[in-house]
Design a protein around this ligand. Structure first.
Ligand SMILES: Nc1nc2c(ncn2[C@@H]2O[C@H](COP(=O)(O)OP(=O)(O)OP(=O)(O)O)[C@@H](O)[C@H]2O)c(=O)[nH]1
Ligand SMILES: [Mg+2]
Length: 305
């Protein structure tokens, strides 16, 4: 059933000042009324409510906002319950909402409904999904503009250009006998070339942005004892990896995230590369070589002493 009412915790798991439980569908308001024992919700107004579970026990004091469809994210009736942050409270309210008739939303189901109800197109839905996971401020800026329709506009422009070219081509076929401009085929060729170059440039720009979007992966590699783990620890500002003057200390790859400037970087410390007799160390060295293959940037360290 398309219009059953879905519910989910919209905020990340963990401790925070608030958490949000979101409901969307025909029964969203009815469920909110049941949980709060209030029935005076005004469209787009924040209402302070006590929220109760199915046994009539108080779960939390929360702010409830009702967005009447179609003027909501999904274009359906939507209710957002802003409760105090923390895993237990949000999960208890979600459970109460499910007991009151909602169904647990699938991953991405709110955006899916927004898409099927014509609130957003696919490029915008994709931008929302990626914006949440943006790994740099620059990526977030690009995705925010995509969410507001910049990619959609670009695709529409390309589509219009293709339709234009198609119309020119059909004229040359349908009215071949007529007195058409002699350079019509050249005109079509020129338009096609322009479009081809534009798409090629866009594709290249999109590929060069991949690191920006997904976060750059940086591997620190070198011989044993050159200070790879020391560099990782210095970048992270805490002693994540064991450092010692014994060559071959790091056996396995160690991956961590670190924010450098406006970028979130995945940084990988690796086992020092040498001819190793030890089987475990050999496997570690193979992983170092794999890390080189999989990284966008490789920092090769050498002992300068
Ligand atoms: N003098 C000096 N010693 C350093 C420097 N960086 C690291 N060391 C020392 O060099 C030794 C090896 O450092 P690690 O960071 O464990 O070296 P690694 O490259 O991770 O070594 P493996 O894990 O065995 O491959 C330790 O005793 C460090 O204290 C540096 O810049 N100068
Ligand atoms: Mg090391």
């Amino acid at each position: 059933m398309q219009n059953d009412t879905i519910a989910a915790v919209a905020t990340a798991n963990g401790i925070g000042s608030i958490a949000i439980i979101r409901l969307s569908g025909d029964d969203a308001l009815t469920i909110a009324k049941k949980l709060s024992k209030k029935d005076n919700f005004k469209n787009r107004y924040a209402t302070l409510c006590n929220i109760y579970n199915a046994n009539d026990e108080l779960i939390d004091e929360s702010i409830v906002i009702y967005f009447q469809g179609p003027h909501s994210f999904t274009a359906e009736d939507v209710v957002e319950i802003q409760c105090h942050g923390g895993y237990i409270v949000a999960q208890s309210i979600l459970k109460a909402a499910l007991q009151a008739g909602a169904r647990l939303a699938d991953a991405g189901e709110f955006s899916k409904r927004a898409f099927f109800n014509g609130r957003i197109d696919l490029s915008e839905a994709e931008a929302i999904a990626q914006l949440i996971e943006a790994k740099s401020e620059d990526a977030a800026k690009i995705l925010a503009s995509q969410m507001k329709g910049s990619l959609k506009e670009f695709i529409e422009e390309v589509r219009d250009a293709i339709i234009h070219i198609l119309a020119y081509s059909e004229v040359t076929i349908d009215y071949a006998e007529e007195d058409l401009p002699s350079d019509l085929v050249e005109q079509i060729q020129e338009k096609l070339n322009k479009l081809y170059n534009l798409l090629q440039r866009t594709l290249m720009a999109s590929e060069s942005r991949a690191g920006l979007m997904q976060g750059f992966r940086v591997a620190i590699v070198g011989k044993p004892n050159v200070g790879k783990s020391s560099l990782l620890n210095a970048l992270l500002n805490y002693n994540r990896a064991i450092v010692s003057d014994i060559a071959g200390t790091t056996r396995d790859t160690i991956e961590e995230q670190v924010k450098i400037g406006t970028h979130l970087i995945r940084i990988v410390d690796t086992a020092g590369i040498r001819e190793a007799d030890d089987e475990i160390e050999r496997i570690g060295i193979e992983r170092s070589l794999e890390a080189i293959e999989q990284s966008d940037i490789v920092i090769a360290l050498f002992d300068g002493s």
